[in-house]
Design a protein around this ligand. Sequence first.
Ligand code: C5P
Length: 406
Amino acid sequence: MDLKDKRILLVIGGGIAAYKSLDLIRRLRERGAKVRAILTAGGAEFITPLSVAAISGERCFTELFSHQDEFDIGHIRLSREADLIVVAPATADLIAKMAQGITNDLATAVLLATDERVLIAPAMNPMMWNHPATKRNFAQLSADGIVSVGPNAGEMAERGENGVGRMAEPLEIVAAIEGLLNEMPAPDALRGTRMLVTSGPTREPIDPVRYISNRSSGRQGHAVARAAAAAGAEVTLVSGPVEIPDPSGVKTIHVETAAEMLSAAQAALPVDVAVCAAAVADWRVDAVANEKVKKTGSRAPTLSFVENPDILATLSHGKKRPRLVVGFAAETEKLLEHAREKLLRKGCDWIVANDVSPKSGTFGGRNNQVHLVTSGGVESWPVLSKEAVADGLVRRIASTLNEARA
Ligand code: C5P
């Protein structure tokens, strides 16, 4: 893929992985991108402004309160004149500041002043990466629509330390940049469009303390909701219980059961587009016990189930049918065969089929490989982050609505 004339603003944080950022600049320029770099004070402890300038072919920006820097270009223009901002290495400190909106240097001022997409490549010691504070901050960044690549598992710079925390390799970062820039919808692509998204699992009670659910994280559905909102749509997200925060700019309604999800979805109608990404439980327990079910000697209890309403099929066949209804098909085998069959059975327009077998790492993971199945055929997309899949889907939705209007 080509990055010809794409403008990348690279923020280099203070970690040992900063040396790899020089290679990243080189790889991006080889592909035709124009790279401007901001080196934080921490970053400058590892590499020098001179080497950044020499490799990027541009001056290296370092200070917020520099007369020269602000006179020449200024932090607002720096952020506006980029197609994408990349933070590599994204240290625990930068991630925390970004999550809180703290700004005390040029890099953080630019990150707060931007409405462009931001990609971060976290790099830190595994203990720092696994710390609950970093997890909280990172989850907040995802909810704000910030996309990440890595960190990878492996050996750390500290001798003998191993774990997750290594910055993604330059070529992996380049691939993530290409995925994002090529899938990104225009900021007004869905202006004036109303959209409903379902996301996450449902939770079907057995008694007041127990339930049946599934491993859906809600990441893909939430990413679709956020991407649609970023493209100007008015989005209602109906979410089952998930651990990720509500996406920014989206009206989020929290539900537990399939029945609650269906009523919330119907209450959001009419909409132009519905995307059903929720992993709805197919069955619910027939007779939910009012009190906690007790152990009764030797006999284990037997549960009997009734089928849940199919939200996707109900929306597809309903009176207020959205113009475009998109379902997901999470399969562990015979992916496309099952997806085509689902398209017909559910009456939706598109099925986004993905492999969720344990080897794929999709459930709960950050990447996804999908096939877009429509009545016209199948389009197979490469492995992308869930955010890039969401961007690609939103772009396709926008172009389909525009074609229909024309
Ligand atoms: O039949 P299956 O569950 O594999 O279909 C998946 C698609 O149907 C997803 O889009 C999911 O959100 C939707 N679905 C639904 N209501 C159900 C079951 C599935 O909306 N009860």
